[in-house]
Design a protein around this ligand. Structure first.
Ligand SMILES: C[S@@+](CC[C@H](N)C(=O)[O-])C[C@H]1O[C@@H](n2cnc3c(N)ncnc32)[C@H](O)[C@@H]1O
Length: 247
């Protein structure tokens, strides 16, 4: 299904203007909720639920009106590396439920009509002020041109990708899938970014990202790995941040 809708009717928005309340929760008091095993709940879903209930980022996201705890990953990365600026055009790949798009919209002031955020996911999610949402698989051959057609002057200043396919539990397979998405995101970024632009992309720690890093180093002035505090330390998740697109 393909659809494109512009934000404006969001039920709620982040309560902090710049969304920089994160700063890590390393020192925060950890809750310790233990659940009695419910009939029908698997051990892994029990573990997931307990982790959610005990996660200070989940609580803060709810309190501050962010759609996802993932919003804090972008907040932390951007607080440190300053990639989002007022007036920029941003593409958010794998955007549902919309935490990163909320942050991008606030920080580029797309919600005030200055910047622009175009977001894509095959999952539907609620509108966000200042964000044009495309519901489509990014791997669909029509997706890149559709995104470009929505961008002011057909180009972007920042391409974000937090795309991740559902995990299979098999590390090798999961790694290959995420790298496939990262490669497609980079191919798109190279097509749309303006000189000086930035690319932030989810990856996994592992071996096969070497080729992708080589490509990134050819096309961008600075390439670094980033692991924000909000990214769970027990997860192999890692982001690559490439800045200074050479054009
Ligand atoms: C970790 S979530 C993104 C969370 C988001 N950054 C936020 O802050 O709310 C990853 C998303 O990637 C999406 N995704 C994975 N593969 C995709 C694809 N081929 N096309 C579009 N979206 C995709 C998933 O549907 C999922 O919503």
């Amino acid at each position: 299904m393909t659809g494109s809708k512009s934000g404006g009717g969001a039920k709620r928005g982040p309560r902090s203007k710049t969304g920089s309340s994160a700063g890590g929760f390393g020192g925060a008091r950890q809750m310790n909720v233990r659940l009695k095993t419910a009939t029908g709940r698997t051990t892994s879903s029990q573990r997931w639920l307990e982790r959610q209930l005990n996660d200070p980022y989940v609580a803060a996201a709810k309190r501050e009106g962010w759609r996802s705890r993932a919003a804090f990953k972008l907040i932390e990365i951007d607080d440190k590396h300053r990639i989002l600026k007022s007036g920029q055009r941003v593409v958010d790949l794998g955007a549902a439920p919309g935490g990163w798009s909320q942050v991008a919209s606030k920080r580029t002031r797309a919600d005030e009509g200055r910047g622009q955020v175009v977001a894509i996911d095959y999952l539907a999610f609620d509108p966000i002020p200042g964000v044009a949402i495309v519901q489509l698989d990014f791997m669909d051959e029509t997706a890149p041109d559709l995104l470009k057609s929505l961008l002011r002057d057909g180009g972007a200043d920042v391409v974000l990708s937090d795309m991740a396919a559902p995990t299979t539990g098999h590390t090798g397979t999961d790694h290959l899938r995420i790298m496939g998405l990262a490669e497609a995101a980079l191919a798109f970024a190279v097509e749309v970014l303006s000189p000086g632009g930035a690319f932030l992309c989810k990856m996994f720690q592992g071996g096969s990202e070497r080729e992708l890093l080589t490509q990134l180093r050819q096309r961008f002035k600075v390439v670094r790995h980033v692991k924000p505090p909000a990214s769970r330390s027990d997860s192999a998740e890692l982001y690559v941040l490439a800045t200074g697109f050479k054009g």
